[in-house]
Design a protein around this ligand. Structure first.
Ligand code: FRU
Length: 494
């Protein structure tokens, strides 16, 4: 199928239902289907949207193009959960069906107000010359999950000085006011974040350009979020075209954050902002959305996928998934991310893994279903290699090489299954303080690996597409130290 512009923007109603049914079947038969990560019902999933707790349930929406593995005209698909782990698909909740969102219901956020959920999103519109117009729109969802769009845009146009690349409103409350951050591009082609405020969620006023870095943030910033972790502001965002001298990166676009001492809406500033830091050191995290949940936790969820990159499931007609829901915390000024405690409920069939590392490779687990959590503690001063998704002879797999004396962890995905995106390098490296024990919690789900190092001090999230025989785990080391660990099969949750 050739994905022409006309095809990508064809009305959903004009597609043959048997075609969509076939797409769903293909996904369900895929060996790379996920069992506890949110994936599309059919076609393509990208950014998490509208993550919220409302009416005693968790709500998650995501950018959806149900007709194929491409970025066609987008909708919001809706998922509901009681525990952040088991999610049910509720169908498409916001369709591109008005003059203010005809070419895509783009990313946005949600905020519960009394017995309704307020949603704010970008309506992407192309005029007859295919010029883009960005509207920031609203909708209200009732407790029975029925949705009503607000008929006029809340922010009908970008302010003077900004282009129509203006999107992804993130609503939050601070000190008795509502605020929204929006990703923007100024007319000099610099990536910016702008701030709006509102008293009633209907009338919005432009406060200015957020001050958080002296550096240029590439040509565009997508998906900015301000979240408060231990009362400190953390700004999470995706700069596109960032100069690698500002922050070195390998992914096509990085998902970064800064921390600050205070959010000052009067001066539109994140005070005492840190340098830019990678949110995730892996291959595929983007468009992370964070919320301050009513239970006091700071939570986030990421798109595991990147724009403008082909993935092996494209040939099966589907693409991408969301991460586990992660809790954010700050310890000694460092941001930690770790799957929410509810994730433990997926564990079953616990096995302990204890032994001594030596240069001959040890088989840790054999013929394992590729849905598990591995917890492993390795002593300081050890170095070696953990191979996940390995074939029975240990000639291929996803390798995680560690050297605790230098505090270096290197992941290489060049020898597992269907290899892709090699022009962005197949290696990623994360560092931890030298000469400390290394604790790994690795969540494998068929074609996703989320690696949490030292309780979330570092995270590496990656797609990998193993062959059917790549189901073994091996470990080797150099200094004969002992390791301890556990492995749990993880239940199906989706
Ligand atoms: C980020 C993004 C957003 C936009 C959405 C469209 O991945 O480009 O900026 O709102 O995806 O699907």
């Amino acid at each position: 199928k050739e994905w022409t512009t006309a095809l990508r923007y064809k009305n959903y109603q004009e597609w043959d239902p048997t075609y969509i049914q076939k797409l769903i079947e293909n996904l369900n038969q895929s060996k790379w289907k996920l069992s506890y990560h949110i994936q599309p019902q059919s076609g393509l999933l990208n950014d998490p949207n509208g993550f919220s707790y409302f009416n005693k349930q968790w709500h998650m929406f995501y950018q959806a193009y149900p007709m194929g593995p491409v970025h066609g005209v987008k909708s919001w698909a809706h998922m509901i959960s009681d525990d952040l782990i088991h999610w049910s698909y509720e169908g498409l909740a916001l369709l591109p069906d008005t003059e203010y969102d005809s070419h895509g219901v783009y990313s946005g956020s949600a905020f519960p107000v009394d017995d309704k959920l307020f949603l704010m999103y970008t309506g992407n519109v192309r005029d007859k010359d295919w010029n883009r117009h960005a509207y920031q729109n609203g909708a209200w969802m009732n407790s029975d999950n029925t949705m009503t769009k607000i008929d006029q845009p809340l922010i009908p146009a970008p302010p003077v000085g900004y282009t129509q690349d203006f999107r992804d409103p993130q609503v939050f409350a601070y000190d008795g006011h509502y605020y929204a951050t929006i990703g923007a591009q100024d007319t000099d082609n610099n990536g910016q974040i702008v701030l709006y405020s509102s008293q009633n969620l209907t009338d919005w006023s432009f406060l200015g350009q957020l001050q958080y870095t002296p550096e240029q943030m590439g040509f565009m910033v997508e998906c900015p979020n301000i979240i408060f972790v231990n009362n400190q502001p953390v700004l999470i965002f995706c700069p596109q075209g960032l100069d690698k001298k500002v922050l070195d990166y390998n992914n096509i676009y990085p998902n970064t954050y800064i921390t600050g001492s205070a959010f000052n809406p009067q001066t539109v500033t994140i005070e005492d902002a840190s340098d830019l830091i990678h949110l995730d050191e892996g291959f595929d995290v983007y468009a992370t959305q964070a919320i301050n949940a009513p239970d006091g936790r700071a939570l986030c969820v990421s798109w595991i996928g990147l724009p403008e990159i082909a993935y092996p499931t494209d040939t099966e007609g589907w693409a991408h998934c969301l991460s586990l829901v992660k809790e954010l915390s700050l310890k000694d000024g460092h941001l930690y991310q770790y799957p929410v405690k509810e994730t433990i409920s997926l564990r079953k069939n616990e096995r302990s893994l204890t032994g001594n590392l030596n240069s001959s490779t040890t088989l840790l687990a054999e013929n394992h279903s590729n849905a598990y959590e591995l917890e492993l503690t390795i002593s300081k001063n050890e170095s070696g290699t953990l191979t996940l998704l390995a074939d029975e002879n240990h000639t291929s797999g996803l390798t995680l090489s560690f050297d605790t004396s230098t505090g270096t962890i290197t992941v290489d995905r060049s020898k597992v299954g269907a290899v892709f995106a090699t022009e962005y390098s197949s290696i990623r490296t994360a560092t931890i303080p030298k000469n400390t024990d290394l604790k790994l919690n690795v969540f494998v789900d068929h074609s996703v690996v989320e690696i949490y190092i030292n309780e979330g001090y570092r995270v590496l999230t990656s797609r990998v597409f193993p062959n059917e025989n790549q189901t073994n785990l091996f470990i080797s080391g150099e200094k004969q130290t002992s390791y301890t660990g556990k492995i749990w099969a993880l239940d199906t949750a989706i």
